[in-house]
Design a binder for this molecule. Structure first.
Ligand SMILES: [Zn+2]
Length: 85
């Protein structure tokens, strides 16, 4: 799934993060291994999905009036531009 690292959040708290490739687009990104949206591959291994792909998936589901996939606030970097903005 990727490798562990430690991220220092904006409030100074160090939190374990994982870095890996998005199963859909291949982009390398950092995520919370507990909260990140994921799918199981052919071997039953959890594979993370990046925020871009989740937003795209939810946009398609919005267009089809389908229930959106939940994306936890802290699934990705602890302080990303969405929260700062
Ligand atoms: Zn992706």
């Amino acid at each position: 799934m990727g490798y562990y690292s430690t991220l220092t959040r904006c409030d100074g708290v160090k939190t374990p993060q994982m870095t890996g490739s998005c199963w859909t687009c291949g982009r390398v990104f950092t995520f919370n291994p507990v909260k990140v949206p994921s799918v199981r591959d052919g071997n039953g291994v959890r594979q993370p999905i990046c925020s871009n792909c989740m937003r795209l998936a939810n946009k398609m589901r919005t267009d089809k009036s389908m229930v959106l996939f939940p994306i936890p606030d802290d699934a990705y970097e602890a302080c990303d531009e969405m929260k700062l903005g």
